[in-house]
Design a protein around this ligand. Sequence first.
Ligand code: M6R
Length: 369
Amino acid sequence: EKGGYDYFMLKEIAEQPKAVADTLLGRIDASGSLTLDEVRIPVAELREVDKVVIVACGTAFHAGLIAKYAIEHWTRIPCEVELASEFRYRDPILAARTLVVAISQSGETMDTLMALRHAREQGSKVLAICNTNGSTIPRESDAVLYTHAGPEVAVASTKAFLTQLVACYLVALYLGQVRGTKWGDEIDAVIRELAQIAGEVEQVLQTMEPVRELARSLADRNTVLFLGRHVGYPVALEGALKLKELAYMHAEGFAAGELKHGPIALIEEGVPVVVVVPSPRGRSVLHDKIVSNIQEIRARGARTIVIAEEGDEAVVPYADHLIRVPATPTLLQPLVATVPLQVFACELATARGNEVDQPRNLAKSVTVE
Ligand code: M6R
């Protein structure tokens, strides 16, 4: 059942290209227009949406953080992302024109379910992004967009995360399409890129041996830090979460711009810091800023592990370890940049003798609040 792999997690990491392709299948036609028939919220209502609120937990929350960038940039609709467990307790402002998106692999996470119930009681429409057919969250939502990752068994979420990202991009593009906002060359490029992205995830998977080797060399460490900017920030948070739950190491993700506001004090000789570098093309300001962040931490002794796109030469002098990912439009980069972090955490867990598929104290779906 593990298909020749030692762990379900390894199998599920390897299945990501297919999971991504399956989630896109039949949803974008040859002319680049989206058909999301399953989203049973009438187009007229989607045109009226004036705020999107995303609720989710854990890894699904990280997908939501990334979705915010895509939704706001492509549709210009304000978008908030909130941990489902915090949501209803702060008396959130919800209205009929608020679209609430609940993201959940299992469809049974109690915090997310309670958040969506609260949203519906306040008169908002809820769209679920879910991987489990017929589970409670989609049943209680107004509409559902299923991710087609197939069953995810390992407690640590991998392929579900990538497909949640794909579903979020589809929702953002669909909202843009029905509202006629921001439909231009950039969107066409994104749609073309999505058609190739499964192959690029596969390409990343083929180059992971040095990442595994690096992970093994860090097995006796206590701390790993992660930095990112823009969509690289939630990727950093996801890398840190994977490491906590699998390797039981102290791992923290920071927005690189926050370094000077505190976290840089943590940098001492030899501390491994993973940095997710955005594309130097497009928003090059972001790229330049992160290159100087890498210089700053390296000058203070950090051992820098840099994830950067192919052809980005500016990072080379400052990277103790360089992990290459294919060039993609900035907003899609999490689909390729997260994969090395999953492999890294899985290998570290193995090297530390931890149970990979069933980390201590954790359950696959958290059905209590
Ligand atoms: O089933 P869900 O997507 O609602 O689960 C949410 C979180 O419990 C889940 O993503 C958790 O954080 C994973 N163990 C992370 O790998």
